[in-house]
Write a protein that binds this ligand. Structure first.
Ligand SMILES: Nc1ncnc2c1ncn2[C@@H]1O[C@H](COP(=O)(O)OP(=O)(O)OP(=O)(O)O)[C@@H](O)[C@H]1O
Ligand code: SF4
Ligand SMILES: [Mg+2]
Length: 354
């Protein structure tokens, strides 16, 4: 680990408020991802979409970072950048203190083993014409060199057992399984290569509510038993709260707030986080009324998708606390009491939302 990595990780740990935090397994620094706009005939050339703007965070080993934000915020693009499935235009990604942003060849293959993904729709990632024993076994052969046969079958059965599936599943095709069973197979397949980080991109949103909690509990159990690190992307704030040690909130490509999950829920520091929490149902009617009132204070008169200058706060068009400075200067990332950081001029001046 070089000196600047160590310094940044020290800041990341401090900012997450842990005195005894394990070292970061994943650190993302100043990540920037742009997509070239398609040029239309007879139209002026269009600027690229900045899907991710200078995003930085870290995840301590064996912990979960919940990544939340509205549709189009850039969550999946962050995930795809970490998985090396999309080109990055700036920034660095460190695993265990090692810069993996420009790996190639055998080193990239080894990196891809360590970092697995579970998507929302397992069906699209499971070969429909292969039985489950082959789908999981094929990865064991590729990454661990175990040929098809009795020994590999035992390994597959063991993995299926870890995710709560019986041996009978080995002879089934993906479309002979329920959605929950398919997602368990997707998790077993990820585990087959003994990963250290699993990126979960809305892994339960296609499942019935009753099955969602089973999958979440399975992921939590696997984390406890195997020391896995998770980046967990979801729209479901209750789920994010349940599974995440820390939370990161994205808005239009920016990471606007991050910190220990309970601090973010109890004392959100960014007006957008407050708005997200206000739109999420809570069991306490009094708290629900408070949140509804908070929500009504947020101006929705402007289309949030309208691109605004990168020199202004990305939330300026919707923010009830907006000040002149917000339209002229991008707020810097500042520390929050209780852990984490926020990008907001009002926070720096002590203004609060409620
Ligand atoms: N391949 C692509 N080409 C062009 N633009 C893209 C591409 N992928 C994503 N984008 C754009 O980047 C932005 C972020 O998209 P992304 O899929 O990361 O959002 P998200 O937060 O995951 O949203 P959702 O919650 O709906 O999954 C969006 O404006 C999207 O249109
Ligand atoms: S910087 Fe200004 S516009 Fe942006 S969230 Fe803070 S107060 Fe609102
Ligand atoms: Mg997405």
């Amino acid at each position: 680990m070089n000196a600047s990595t160590a310094m940044w990780d020290k800041f990341a740990n401090l900012s997450y408020g842990y005195s005894m935090t394990p070292p970061p397994f994943l650190s993302v620094r100043d990540l920037r991802v742009e997509f070239a706009a398609r040029q239309l005939l007879f139209h002026r050339s269009r600027p690229p979409t900045r899907a991710v703007n200078n995003v930085s965070f870290s995840i301590p080993t064996g912990q979960t970072l919940g990544l939340v934000g509205e549709s189009g915020a850039g969550k999946s693009t962050v995930a795809r950048a970490i998985l090396r499935l999309t080109q990055i235009q700036g920034g660095q990604i460190f695993i265990d203190g090692r810069n993996v942003s420009s790996l190639s060849g055998a080193q990239l293959t080894e990196y891809r083993r360590q970092v697995q993904v579970v998507f929302q729709d397992p069906y699209s990632s499971l070969n429909p014409s292969h039985v489950i024993g082959e789908i999981v076994g094929e990865l064991i052969t590729r990454h661990r060199g175990v040929r098809p046969g009795a020994a590999r079958d035992e390994m597959v059965a063991g993995l299926l057992q870890r995710v709560g599936l019986g041996r009978f599943v080995m002879d089934r095709l993906p479309d002979e399984l329920s959605g929950g069973q398919r997602q368990r197979v997707a998790i077993a397949r990820a585990l087959a290569v003994e990963p250290r980080l699993i990126v979960c991109d809305e892994p339960t949103s296609a499942l019935d509510v009753s099955i969602q909690s089973q999958i979440i509990n399975l992921l939590a159990d696997l984390q406890a038993s195997a020391g896995l690190t998770y980046l967990f992307i979801t729209h479901n704030l209750a789920m994010a709260r349940h599974i995440s040690h820390n939370l990161a909130v994205m808005y239009l490509g920016y990471l606007v707030e991050s910190g220990p999950t309970e601090r973010v829920f109890a004392h959100p520091a960014h007006p957008y986080t407050e708005m997200l929490l206000a739109s999420s149902p809570v069991p306490d009617p009094a708290r629900q009324r408070e949140r509804a009132a908070a929500r009504s204070r947020i101006s929705r008169s402007t289309n949030p998708e309208i691109a605004i200058a990168v020199t202004s706060c990305p939330f300026a068009n919707r923010c009830p606390l907006v000040m002149d400075v917000c339209r002229k200067t991008m707020p810097a990332q500042t520390e929050v009491s209780g852990g984490g950081s926020v990008r907001c001029h009002a926070h720096a001046t002590g203004l609060t939302f409620t």
